[in-house]
Ligand binder design. Structure first.
Ligand SMILES: Nc1ncnc2c1ncn2[C@@H]1O[C@H](COP(=O)(O)OP(=O)(O)OP(=O)(O)O)[C@@H](O)[C@H]1O
Length: 227
């Protein structure tokens, strides 16, 4: 698995500490990140592909410094947002996946064939020529994931990918995420999903409050909110 390293990485904006300097090395295949709203989870994981630049320290992915070798890192680390609408920009499903593949596959015919293969793998082949707006919430999230995974990154960072989904769609998307070969960094409020990871970070007030065994991490988080 790739090595994701934070070396004293933190973010302070004005006098607000968004993430205190954090040192971590993540090598597990399935890493969960849990914690209260506004605790700093998104900030932490956005640093892994340069979406957020630390104001202190550095982030290194498989030996590449995110600040200096951002393009290389972004080829390794894909990012999926909570709201798939943030990522779906083309009129039809197949065109959306083709857009992701444009730098990898320059020949239009080959690009279409590859996009169709990706849609097949994600169970969306029947919707290839449908408008992205006609898809259900779960299908939209699957399509957004298909787009970011089409270029075969080594790591997927997913920031609450099931938060907007109902139970059936949550199960479908979660099953897909946990079947991936890629390393997965999953921010989630779904504690059952966190328990399926190998290592879980609990973030509280801009700091890592707990780091380790998923069951113990979930217990620690639940205890911290007095539930
Ligand atoms: N660039 C910034 N400048 C100032 N404040 C920021 C900045 N980025 C984030 N924050 C604030 O820092 C806090 C942590 O934000 P972050 O998005 O990392 O939290 P989170 O744990 O992912 O929350 P949620 O579960 O609600 O998504 C929030 O209160 C947010 O408003």
């Amino acid at each position: 698995m790739p090595t994701l390293a934070l070396d004293g990485a933190g973010l302070t904006v004005g006098d607000r500490v968004v993430l205190a300097p954090t040192t971590l090395t993540l090598t597990e295949r399935r890493i969960g990140v849990i914690g209260a709203n506004g605790s700093g989870k998104s900030t932490l994981v956005r640093m892994l592909n340069g979406l957020v630049e630390p104001s202190a320290g550095r982030v290194v992915v498989d030996g590449f410094d995110v600040a200096r070798q951002g393009a290389k890192v972004r080829r390794l680390v894909a990012f999926a947002f909570t709201d798939p609408a943030a990522q779906l920009v083309m009129p039809t499903c197949v065109e959306d996946v083709e857009l992701s593949l444009r730098s990898l596959e320059r020949h239009a015919g080959a690009r279409r064939a590859r996009a169709m293969d990706v849609l097949e793998r994600f169970g969306l082949a029947d919707h290839a020529h449908d408008s992205v707006h006609s898809l259900s919430g779960g299908q939209k999230q699957l399509l957004a994931l298909a787009g970011v995974l089409a270029v075969e990154p080594a790591v997927l960072v997913a920031d609450e990918p099931t938060t907007l989904l109902d139970l059936a769609n949550t199960r479908q998307v979660a099953d897909l995420l946990f079947r991936l070969e890629q390393q997965l960094v999953l921010v989630t409020h779904d504690l059952d999903l966190a328990r399926r990871c190998e290592r879980v970070l609990v973030v509280e007030d801009a700091r890592i409050r707990y780091d380790g065994d998923p069951g113990a991490a979930v217990d620690d988080y639940v205890a911290s909110v007095g539930a």
